[in-house]
Write a protein that binds this ligand. Structure first.
Ligand SMILES: Nc1ncnc2c1ncn2[C@@H]1O[C@H](COP(=O)(O)OP(=O)(O)O)[C@@H](O)[C@H]1O
Ligand SMILES: [Mg+2]
Length: 641
């Protein structure tokens, strides 16, 4: 009895209809999904001419029985679905029974397959949808599908294809990401005889990320670990209460990694690579006030849930899903990522100088650069990076922190008697010998260290210089204070205890009609944030009180800025967004400025206050608060590495 059957019409008709084969990468996707569904652990993908001339996917999966192999080319023939009911809980990547016939209709296809149960395999040749021959053949267990001359009979389609390089880039991206979803399987991708990706089985997702992207990228990522949340639902009549478990794994970038587009965001639901607005929004919400508006993080997210919790039968190429419990999923993903960001409190390194090695230079967002996966693979050291660096010993620096005089314009010398800069004593042998290999690895720095920093001074009356356990820190005093105030404001706002300062004279502002409308919309939020303002005839506004800490000369600018931001960005934004935007503006205007001398007491206070925030790594507008010059970088700079 075969495994494949043709779906009855009433089931077939319920399946999201549409074209499956858009470009070479869609062929690769369908074939890869079939191999994974067949339980393969070794997947080999070979292409030529960007997939136009040749796509071959070979696997060591279950293979097909002989009759099944013939049946597989009928439309809606599948072994993965039996009844319409099954559509509500799909455990496999495929289910439509359309891929093989659709591909065969627009190319020259050869299927070679053998099931373990059989001693001999089948070789079937289909050209432009017509079966040319089907013969028994001596084959190993598994399946190999060869697709040549894609769209040879559909010139209209051919015209829409891009350059070979672009098509290949799409294929490489796809294979790369399926390989990330299955670290325990081996993936080999070769193009025109060149090996682009060779990922051998590894135990952890982390190892696969390392294989594919290299250690530089891994350093910039935060491992989410496995985060879970249970969905408790009231049971239906006669049902038992069974909480549904949702799990999120993966990696997201430290906030200082900012991408110009969404190309570095990869979302998987039950190991299916998808595009999804809801998850995108959850990700954006997690990074809200951590990276600038309009910037995107790198993210590799694997969401797992019961199959019945997510409808995958939404889009013909199965790249979209619909969650049964949308707001639950959104909140879970947002919170899980935010928690991870808050826990790791990652700190920015100094911008890296350009390096000659291509592996380190590759930004992982660009598809075309994935083509150099081979180069990355070669650049991988044999052993993963090792443990942390030895501690930095600091020579004690008595008394209040001196300000450094670098002789720049407008600089004053502070505390001249103690202005001798503190020395960092590096654990480097006096000879020019090399450090032991384990000392070379970059320790993952955490903003938690902030509280233990030893302030050394201030440069340009704008940046605090401090020594830490494993490096030299530079903290932007304005941005750091902004973060402190921002979080304090939000907390005060939540408890209804915002401090305000009454103005001696009401400030009268003239609004445009648009500003007037914005003011009406966010008046409640302004009031709760410490403003007291009311209409004053015409389109004028009388401001009688403002949030504490904002200089009187700044209030007008601040209000106009809030109105402008509201107009530009907050249309349709949630109350929470408005609140955060208002708090961010107030914090910016109330924070310590640059070009302001600070005494040691204030510096220490600021560092401690910053360390105590939830997200010390960036200001509410997404700029980094601190840079760290690690020991490794210092050693490199002195050519001791
Ligand atoms: N690589 C493979 N290994 C084993 N069986 C396969 C493979 N590719 C396709 N098949 C069989 O052919 C059937 C039809 O494949 P396809 O047209 O992609 O539809 P679907 O994957 O939606 O079932 C599958 O249901 C499966 O039984
Ligand atoms: Mg399929």
């Amino acid at each position: 009895m075969g495994r494949i059957r043709v779906l009855p019409d009433e089931v077939a008709n319920k399946i999201a209809a549409g074209e499956v084969v858009e470009r070479p990468a869609s062929v690769v996707k369908e074939l890869l999904e079939n191999s994974l569904d067949a339980g393969a652990t070794e997947l080999r993908i070979e292409v030529a001419g960007g997939g136009r001339r040749l796509i071959r996917v070979a696997d060591n999966g279950s293979g097909m029985l002989r009759d099944d192999a013939l049946l597989a080319f009928e439309r809606h023939s599948t072994s993965k679905l039996a009844s319409a009911k099954d559509l509500f809980s799909i455990p496999t990547l495929g289910f439509r029974g359309e891929a093989l016939p659709s591909i065969a209709a627009v190319a020259r296809l050869v299927l070679e397959t053998r099931a373990a149960e059989e001693t001999v395999g089948m070789r079937i040749e289909v050209v432009g949808g017509r079966m040319q021959r089907a013969d028994e053949a001596a084959l190993a267990v598994g399946t190999q599908v060869t697709v040549r001359d894609l769209f040879y009979n559909v010139p209209a389609r051919r015209k829409f294809l891009r350059s070979d390089e672009t098509e290949l880039a799409h294929i490489a991206s796809l294979v790369t990401h399926y390989s990330l979803a299955h670290p325990d399987k081996s993936f080999l991708l070769a193009s025109d005889g060149r090996e682009l990706l060779n990922a051998t089985p590894v135990e952890r997702l982390r190892d696969r990320v390392y294989q594919v992207f290299g250690s530089r990228v891994l350093e910039e990522l935060i491992d989410l670990g496995a985060r879970e949340r249970r969905l408790e639902e009231r049971p239906e009549e006669g049902e038992e209460a069974a909480p549904k478990l949702y799990r999120l794994r993966g990696f997201v970038s430290r906030p200082q990694v900012q991408k110009a587009n969404r190309n570095s965001i990869f979302l998987f639901v039950n190991r299916r690579l998808i595009r999804d607005r809801l998850l995108m929004r959850a990700l954006a919400a997690a990074y809200h006030n951590l990276i600038p508006a309009g910037a995107f993080p790198f993210a590799l997210l694997f969401l797992e849930c019961e199959h019945a919790e997510v409808d995958v039968n939404v889009h013909p190429s199965k790249t979209e899903v619909r969650f049964r419990r949308q707001s639950f999923v959104h909140d879970f993903v947002r919170d899980a990522i935010r928690e991870a960001l808050i826990e790791s409190k990652p700190v920015s390194g100094l911008p890296r100088p350009a390096r000659a090695q291509p592996a380190a230079e590759l930004p992982y967002s660009e598809f075309s650069e994935r083509l150099q996966a081979k180069a990355w693979a070669e650049a991988l050291p044999e052993t993963p990076p090792a443990a942390a660096l030895p501690e930095l010993k600091l020579r004690p620096l008595p008394g209040p922190a001196p300000r450094f005089d670098f002789g720049g314009p407008g600089l004053k010398v502070g505390e001249p008697a103690r202005a001798e800069p503190a020395a960092l004593k590096l654990p480097v042998p006096d000879t020019h010998g090399a450090l032991p290999a384990e000392a070379l690895a970059e320790p993952s720095a955490s903003m938690a260290e902030l509280a233990d920093l030893r302030p050394l001074g201030q440069i340009h009356e704008s940046f605090i210089v401090a020594a830490g356990r494993d490096g030299l820190w530079i903290i932007d005093q304005h941005v750091a204070h902004e973060r402190v105030l921002f979080e304090r404001l939000l907390k005060e706002r939540a408890t209804g205890r915002v401090e305000r300062q009454p103005l001696l004279m009401p400030l009268i502002l003239q609004l445009t009609p648009a500003q007037e409308a914005e003011f009406q919309r966010i008046a409640g939020e302004l009031e709760a944030s410490g403003f007291e303002a009311e209409p004053y005839g015409g389109r004028s506004l009388a401001v009688k009180a403002a949030p504490a800490g904002v200089g009187p000369g700044d209030i007008e600018k601040l209000l106009f800025e809030i109105l402008e931001v509201a107009e530009r960005e907050l249309r349709g934004a949630s109350l929470e967004d408005v609140r955060r935007a208002v708090a961010a503006s107030i914090a910016c205007h109330a924070a310590i400025r640059v070009n302001m001398p600070l005494d040691a007491r204030r510096v220490e206070w600021l560092l401690r206050a910053l360390a105590a925030t939830d997200c010390p790594m960036s200001c509410p507008h997404g700029r980094p608060t601190a840079l760290r010059y690690s020991l490794r970088e210092i050693l490199k700079g002195f050519h001791r590495l």
